[in-house]
Design a protein around this ligand. Structure first.
Ligand code: C2E
Ligand code: MG
Ligand code: MG
Length: 408
């Protein structure tokens, strides 16, 4: 068989943007050399354009053969690249199509390899994917989704739902998380799991995140004008948004426009987001924290947490991932994990918020372990703004809340 591979560097634009095009050019040359070093005689590597390369591999006996080469190419980027005494890493995503099963002409093979490459990007980048007919269907869906997403921001098709967080010490709701939903013109209400990953791949996420910050701030202002109790509202931000150098300035401007105090806004980031570029993330987060914005680490325990890095992050709280809470019972092993995270929080002077609390039993365990707050269906599902306001009004004292939770 003959294999056609489509190779695309991950986040290459960030290199050009931060280190300049001269460094970007040198990097492409060095990547090309490393790829060539992985190939046999007679194989071909070509620069397709921009940060894309194509490979043509001959004498492939089985899919394992091509998988081995693809893995070798991925591994060749493990060693950091050094420019001007500065070391950095880059990864790539690879899509593969084989003759004759995935096409018998140049165009089909390239198209299928390209679609498989997109699949690899969607599965978290830094990997390779073999073409499958599912890939094509998915690629088409993604293309349609990408087009629709473009219109969605302009046509105001997003909405925020709000999920309350209960402070276990005071028994009051002190904060809520804003969660995005997309009122799609044909597909109905879409959850973030159905479009955020695509928006991240296509680079549309930053515009969406900015919309979210604005919408959340406008909502806080409107609730405040109606005399509702002051709550802190949390928004989730993706890696690309955190990497924007002017993010703190932009947020300061939005807070000013809505005449809000910075302590009313919270930013949730995941471990994955900060680990991509630790120094840059620390500096942006520090700036946001200095402004008075509350910072939390979302889904803590599920990403590549480096405890060494954790102590450097400017944070206020750790949100314990739902994965650890869902099986939490007195006999479970999860209890040890949750206890350790809460102790870690205490040691680092951070609050702890448990996500996905669905049962009274879980709430009682968390209270006994000294967890600061809980969020989850037990208290309430994420609610549209109007329902959220009603929820706060009917449950604005600890006794009412307690009743609501235990009657659940
Ligand atoms: P997340 O930030 O960890 O949000 C919590 C998710 O858990 C939400 O799902 C929420 O509805 C769900 N959840 C809350 N309580 C419970 C419970 O008791 N049981 C169960 N089974 N689930 C519960 P949702 O709204 O689908 O959001 C999923 C993820 O999408 C979020 O995870 C967040 O990472 C991302 N996301 C949401 N909104 C935004 C946004 O505005 N911007 C960005 N960049 N990402 C967002
Ligand atoms: Mg979150
Ligand atoms: Mg979470």
């Amino acid at each position: 068989m003959l294999a056609v591979c489509f190779v695309d560097l991950d986040h290459f634009k960030a290199i050009n943007d931060t280190l300049g095009h001269a460094v970007g050019d040198q990097l492409l040359q060095q990547v090309a050399r490393r790829i060539s070093g992985c190939l046999k005689e007679g194989d071909i590597v070509a620069r397709w354009g921009g940060d894309e390369f194509t490979l043509m591999l001959q004498n492939i006996q089985s899919t394992e053969d091509v998988a081995k080469v693809a893995q070798r190419v991925l591994n060749s980027l493990r060693e950091p690249f050094v420019f001007n005494h500065q070391a950095f890493r880059i990864t790539m995503s690879i899509g593969i199509a084989l003759t004759p099963s995935h096409g018998q002409d140049v165009e089909t093979l390239l198209k299928n390899a390209d679609a498989a490459m997109y699949d690899a990007k969607h599965q978290g980048r830094n990997n390779y994917k073999l073409h499958s007919s599912v890939t094509i269907g998915k690629a088409l869906d993604q293309l349609i989704l990408t087009n629709d997403l473009h219109k969605a921001v302009d046509q105001n098709e997003f909405v925020l739902h709000y999920q309350p967080q209960l402070d276990l010490q005071t028994g009051r709701v002190t904060a809520a998380e804003a969660l995005i939903r997309w009122q799609h013109p044909h597909k109905g209400l879409l959850m973030p799991g159905e479009f955020i990953a695509t928006a991240e791949v296509t680079g549309q996420i930053s515009a969406i995140d900015e919309w979210v910050i604005r919408a959340a701030c406008a909502q806080i202002r409107s609730w405040q004008n109606r005399g509702n109790p002051l709550l802190r509202i949390a928004v989730n931000l993706s890696a690309q948004t955190i990497q924007q150098k002017n993010l703190p300035k932009k947020i300061a401007q939005i807070l000013l426009e809505h005449r809000l105090d910075s302590s009313q806004l919270e930013i949730e980031i995941t471990e994955r987001v900060v680990m991509q570029d630790i120094p840059a993330a620390i500096s942006t987060l520090q700036e946001l924290k200095d402004m008075g914005i509350y910072i939390s680490m979302d889904d803590f325990g599920t990403g590549h947490s480096s405890l060494a890095a954790l102590k450097q992050f400017p944070l206020h709280s750790l949100k314990i991932a739902r994965e650890f809470i869902q099986d939490l019972s007195p006999e479970s092993r999860e209890i040890a994990v949750v206890q350790a995270v809460i102790a870690l929080g205490h040691g680092l002077n951070l609050e702890t918020v448990a996500e996905g609390v669905e049962k009274v039993e879980q709430l009682e365990i968390l209270r006994a372990l000294g967890c600061s707050s809980v969020q989850g269906y037990l208290l309430s599902k994420p609610l549209a703004a109007k329902q959220f306001q009603q929820f706060i009004q009917t449950h604005n004292n600890p006794e009412e809340l307690c009743k609501a939770v235990t009657e659940h």
